[in-house]
Write a protein that binds this ligand. Structure first.
Ligand code: DTR
Ligand code: CA
Ligand code: ZN
Ligand code: ZN
Length: 327
């Protein structure tokens, strides 16, 4: 059927078109809504570099705190609570939800600091922890200011990146580890069975800046071990499995509760072998940390390269395990 091509008045034209539509001659030209601009699904966020200068600045603060509080940051002493207040202040300012858990041990009050990054599925909570207390002999900058500062700066990097994790992120600073993992055990024991099952993994960082460093990875859980080994492979740094520490730090209560654990360790009072010095540098025949549990565990008792690599490894692992995106 030909349609008249005469000059149609609009009305007539419209009538014609309507009639034609009615008999199904003109397929309705559906004007599709303009396609929404394609927003590329953001790739899973990749971890930022952790500035080692920032980590060292936290260590300088902890050193200063020890100096101002009788020379240590031990459980039950003023230097411990001052350390906790420092870390808490940074986290509160960065948007974390913090809580302080009290417990008593050896006749003194102890404190754990828990910091949750808002967002993510809390039934799949990824935890990173470090003990914040020192021995009474000294300021405990490597043991364990290093782990405490490494996870603090990583937490601050999460905030700077405004990470929107798929899985919930929780950070913890433990009290009274040196008395036998008292704070971390108190925390795990305070969890209901349900809450325990929501922790998909706990990563422990106790001594990550030893002056004669080794690169040890906890081998308790294959997945958590692999995340760290993958990172060090990108640096072409060989790692060894951490064997001396079973049960000797804050991952033990989590492991005993059936929670997958992992972590990093740069060595304590064992001696670095010639083979280890060959692959990692440093001094064979010397302890990884000759100031372990001594008054000389000060700000100078740190290898900056190990502290840097391990802090970056913490960030890599958390970004991998958290999933999600960052703005
Ligand atoms: N017990 C820890 C230091 C320590 C010694 N060996 C390991 C192995 C893994 C982690 C920690 C440690 C302390 O003195 O705090
Ligand atoms: Ca770095
Ligand atoms: Zn110690
Ligand atoms: Zn320690």
């Amino acid at each position: 059927m030909h349609s008249s091509h005469s000059r149609r008045t609009p009305v007539a034209g419209a009538a014609l078109a309507t009639a034609a539509l009615a008999v199904g001659l003109l397929a309705p030209t559906v004007h599709a809504a303009p396609a929404a601009p394609v927003t590329p699904t953001p790739a899973a966020a990749s971890a930022p570099d952790i500035p080692v200068a920032n980590v060292k600045a936290h260590l300088a603060q902890l050193q200063q705190i020890a100096k101002a509080n009788g020379g240590n940051r031990a459980h039950g002493r003023s230097g411990y609570k001052a350390s906790l207040d420092y870390v808490k202040g940074k986290l509160d300012a960065a948007g974390f939800t913090t809580s302080v858990q009290q417990f008593s041990s050896s006749g003194a009050t102890g404190y754990n600091l828990i910091a949750d990054w808002p967002g993510g599925d809390t039934s799949r909570t990824v935890m990173a922890g470090a003990h914040l207390d020192s021995v009474t002999a000294g300021p405990g900058i490597n043991d364990n200011g290093s782990g405490s500062a490494g996870i603090l700066e990583t937490a601050l990097a999460v905030s700077r990146a405004r990470l929107k994790p798929d899985n919930h992120l929780r950070f913890a600073w433990w009290g009274a580890e040196e008395l036998g993992m008292v704070g971390s055990r108190n925390y795990v024991n305070s969890l209901s069975t349900g809450d325990r099952s929501k922790i998909s993994g706990y990563l422990n960082f106790d001594m990550i800046g030893s002056p004669n460093p080794g690169y040890f990875v906890y081998d308790d859980d294959p997945t958590l071990e692999k995340v760290f080994k993958d990172y060090f492979a990108t640096l072409s740094i060989p790692t060894e499995i951490e064997t001396e520490g079973d049960g000797r730090s804050d991952h033990a209560p989590f492991k005993n509760a059936g929670i997958p654990v992992g972590g990093l360790f740069s060595g304590a009072d064992y001696t670095k072998t010639a083979a280890q010095a060959q692959k990692w540098g440093g001094s064979a025949g010397k302890e990884f940390d000759a100031c372990y549990h001594s008054s000389c565990d000060t700000s100078t008792n740190i290898d900056d390269t190990a502290l840097d690599h391990n802090s970056d490894a913490i960030a890599y692992a958390l970004w991998q395990l958290a999933g999600g995106t960052s703005s």
